[in-house]
Structures are given as C-alpha cells and as structure tokens.
Design a binder for this molecule. Structure first.
Ligand code: ATP
Ligand code: MG
Length: 496
C-alpha cells in the first residue's frame, strides 16, 4: 500500500514538473535563440503544414517584402513558442496586409492549430476570452497578442451555430488553415505569414487584391454580411484607412442590409464606432457611413437631423476633420467630444422644444440630454465616463453667455472647460449663431490672469443678487480654488 502511495506521489511530482516546464514565462524568451531552434524544426513543421496547403499560392521569403524587423517582438515570441511546441503558427489578417503595404500594423494577430487551452498551457501570461468566439490573449504589459485557433465550418455541431437570420451566434468549431481562410472577411485580410519558413500563404487572391488596393468579400458577400453584419462597417473602415475600393459585388449588398446592424449588441457597435472615428480616418468613414445609409443604425437621431440641417453636417465634418488632424499629430482625443458633436443638434432641438413650454433653457438642456441619450444607447452604448463629459460639454454651452463675476470663473475653472470651449469654436466655425460668446471667451483667455480677474466686477452686483446663494462656507472654499487654478490656466487656444 505504502509502495503504491509512494508511486502515486512520484507520478504526481513528475506531472507537476511537466506542467511547470510547459508554463515557462515567455517574456524572458530570447528571440534569437528561438529563431535558431525554429530553423531546426522548420522541416518537421513545414511537412505538417503542406498537408493543408492544396490550392494555395506560397510566396517564399525572397519574393515578398515582409521582414521580421517590422514584426513586433512580442508577436514573434508567441509565433516562435507555438512553432517550437509543435504547432503551426502564422501572423494573419491586418498585420500581414499592412506589412505588405509598408504600413505599421495596429496590432499583430496570430493564427494557430493549437486549441485555446493548448495556447493557455504554453503561456503563463495568457487569458482565454470570449464565448461566441473563444480566443487566447497573451499579455505583455499593456500589449496583447491575440491568438486565434483555426476555425472550420459550423455543420451541425454544438460548438458553432447560426440564428434564424443567418447570423453566427457561436463560432468554436476548430479546423485547419485551409478551413480557416474561408471564415475570414476580405481576401486582403486572409493572408498568412508562416513563421516556420517566412513565406506568405494566399488561398483567396488576397495578394493581388492588396496590390490592386481593393476589398473583396470572401464567398457570397450577401451571406457573409448576414453571418456578421459588422463586416459592413469593417468594409467601410478598411476602405477609408487603406484607400482601397470596395469591389462591386461586396459593395452592393451593403445598401440593402444596413438594418441587420440593429441586432448587433450596442457594446460591440460602440467598439466599431470608435474604430471608425478614432483611427485617423473619421472624415472618410463618416462620408461612407452616409453613402451606404448606415449612419442611421449607429446614430439614428443624427441621421435624421443632418437631412434637414446642412449646417449640422458642416459641424460634423469639421469635428471629424479636427479629430483626424489631432490623431495625425499624436494629440489626445476623447470619444466624448465627437459623440457630443454627433448628438448636438438632436439635443439642442429637443432642449428648445422643452424650453418653449416654459422651462429655463439651462434646465431644459439637461432634460433633453436624458431623452436623447436614452434613445442613443439603444444603438451604441457609450460608457458612463464619456456620457458625463458629453453632458458637461453641452451644459457649458449655455453657460458661455455669462460675462461677469463668479459665474465666469466657475465656467473657466470647470474641468471640462477646454473641451467645451473647443466645442464652442466648432459651432462658430460651422456657422452656428453663437452670439458674442466665441469672441468674448477667446479674448478672455488671451488676457493675463490678473487682468481677467480685475475686469470681473464684484460677484454680488454682477449676478444681480444681493446675497450669495447656498452655503457661505462652500462658496468661500470654491473662491479659494479659483485663485489657484485660474492663474495657472495658460493653455494656448486651439480652434478645433
Ligand atoms: P486592423 O487591426 O488594422 O483594424 P484587421 O484586419 O487586423 O485590421 P482585426 O479586427 O484585428 O482586423 O481582425 C484580425 C483578422 O481577423 C481580420 O483581418 C480578419 O481576417 C479576421 N476577422 C476579424 N473580424 C472578422 C469578422 N467579423 N468576420 C470575419 N473575419 C474577421
Ligand atoms: Mg488586427
């Protein structure tokens, strides 16, 4: 009995050692050593690969321009580690496309025949995510390398299924590279860079499409958009980003299928909207959303308002243009500003309607924000931290009428003053009648701090009230901060 227990313990120890060995941290892996090892193993794995490459064009290292110098070092670590462990490992998707075009990829995605659990066992810094589409995320500090297992057709399996409209609701049927390629969206996104021999694998004519700068949906475009309507937004985004044309048969169905976006979860649409507007190509993406009648499914109230209001359209174009310029100049951008622009006229029209019934405008606008946002979040769920900034930006527009005393300083020292003032500039530039607010606040900021303060008459006189409202103590406290922060407000004016 004792002997048996001892043998069990020994077996367990061996198992633990094996697991520990498997879970080595990859962050310490020496890439050079990995490359040497990988070279030795190349013959073995390229044999595994060739089994599934029937019909593919293989472009060897000497015949394409992708160099490992341009591949992120963490992506290389992941690729080598998978490959050394006996798995196929390819860089795939946008990274290959962008490297061929000489653009720095936004992220580096890896495809492999290892299952998510096998990937997880190889990397201690790995997390498995997603239910509809199970993926492995390998973390390197703040950077994530996404590792996807080759997908296959759904068939009747439990792990993959479509709903009644043809939309993929689960997608976890694994396969090999020759199955996986047909599951990707556009041929330009379906190229694989094989780490075992540095070749590019092309099953779908993607190389030619990249060369001709065109987007072509793999398979029947209509069916593929139905499977995942977000692909329509991706088409628009890639066309804008890469200056590609969307090929006729991939373009036509988009005009018809926009309504399918209504079934996409609002959180996913928020992510897609951010990619559309915060990738440096907002102006072009916005034009395409209008051209394909898709804006309606992302921002319904906006789509209605721009139809009747060319000035609003101008405001949005200016906002998109300035966002693109800021991204190009590596300046900070917040989704709150662009979303505030997109919903400005719906909010302001609604506020006017409410105010017409007798409510003060500053209260009416807050009510209008609640009404418009309640409608908007049905399409795109905007995180609370941004909606509260949007509320501030809009609310401050009504407070820019103040010219005197403490109320001016309260506006000036508001944490969102900068964004709200930029928003005021935008309105003025678009031709909106902002009265004298824009000139007054622009000149006010240009004055030296001591002058700004001395020119503001006494609070009680200015506000038209003989006694300050609220608790005197609280007011005193605020006046104190006023002194400090006002003097440090020296940011240059940015007429975005
Ligand atoms: P970028 O990262 O520059 O935005 P990308 O093409 O890499 O572009 P990702 O969202 O990173 O886009 O996706 C990586 C790859 O995964 C894509 O190139 C494509 O092959 C595949 N893919 C992503 N989303 C879909 C989808 N909805 N349908 C089909 N394939 C998709
Ligand atoms: Mg990518």
């Amino acid at each position: 009995m004792l002997k048996w227990l001892k043998s069990l313990a020994f077996k367990q120890q061996c198992r633990d050692k094996r697991v520990a060995k498997k879970k080595t941290v990859v962050t310490d892996v020496d890439v050079q050593a990995d490359m040497r090892k990988s070279g030795r193993q190349f013959e073995r794995f390229s044999k595994i690969h060739t089994k599934h490459l029937t019909g593919a064009t293989i472009v060897s290292r000497g015949e394409h321009n992708i160099s490992r110098k341009h591949i992120d070092k963490h992506a290389l670590k992941v690729l080598y580690r998978l490959n050394q462990s006996g798995f196929e490992a390819c860089l795939v998707g946008g990274a290959v496309r962008d490297l061929l075009l000489g653009i720095t990829p936004k992220d580096f995605d890896v495809a492999t025949n290892a299952t998510p659990e096998q990937v997880n066992a190889l990397f201690r810094n790995c997390r498995l995510i997603g239910r509809r589409f199970r993926l492995a995320h390998v973390h390197f500090g703040r950077q994530i390398i996404e590792v996807a297992t080759y997908r296959s057709d759904h068939g009747r399996s439990q792990s993959g299924s479509l709903d009644e409209s043809g939309r993929i609701v689960r997608d976890n049927v694994y396969g090999n590279i020759s199955n996986d390629v047909w599951r990707r969206d556009f041929s330009a996104n379906a190229l694989y860079y094989d780490i075992s021999n540095f070749s590019v694998i092309d099953f779908t004519g993607g190389l030619e499409d990249v060369k001709q700068r065109r987007l072509q949906m793999i398979g029947d475009a209509n069916k593929r958009y139905r499977e995942d309507p977000v692909r329509m937004l991706r088409a628009i985004r890639f066309a804008a980003k890469l200056n590609f044309i969307i090929e006729e048969s991939s373009r036509t169905p988009i005009y018809e299928l926009g309504a399918l976006l209504e079934d996409i979860p609002a959180a996913r649409l928020y992510e897609e909207a951010l990619k559309l507007f915060h990738s440096g190509h907002a102006l072009k993406s916005f034009a395409a959303l209008n051209e394909y009648n898709l804006l309606h499914y992302l921002f319904p109230a906006t789509a209605v308002a721009i139809k009747h209001d060319p000035q609003f359209m101008r405001l949005l174009q200016l906002a998109m243009k300035s966002t693109d310029e800021r991204i190009k100049n590596a300046m900070h951008v917040t989704p709150a500003f662009l979303f505030a622009a997109l919903l400005w006229i719906p909010v302001s029209n609604c506020a006017q309607e409410i105010a017409a019934k007798g409510m003060p405008y500053s209260v009416a606008i807050q009510k209008a924000v609640t009404i418009v946002m309640a409608q908007q979040v049905k399409s795109i769920s905007i995180p609370r931290r941004f909606t509260s900034t949007m509320r501030d930006i809009w609310g401050l527009q009504t407070r820019f009428h103040y010219r005197k005393g403490r109320r001016v300083m309260a506006v000036f020292e508001h944490p969102k003053f900068r964004a709200a003032y930029d928003f005021l500039c935008l309105r003025a530039q678009a031709g909106e009648d902002v009265g004298a607010d824009y000139t007054w606040w622009t000149e006010f900021q240009q004055q030296p701090a001591n002058q700004q303060r001395s020119e503001l008459p006494d609070n009680s006189v200015v506000s038209g009230r003989s006694k300050p409202r609220g608790k005197t103590g609280a007011r005193k406290k605020r006046t104190k901060t006023t002194d400090k922060t006002k003097l440090s407000q020296t940011k240059p004016i940015d007429n975005t």
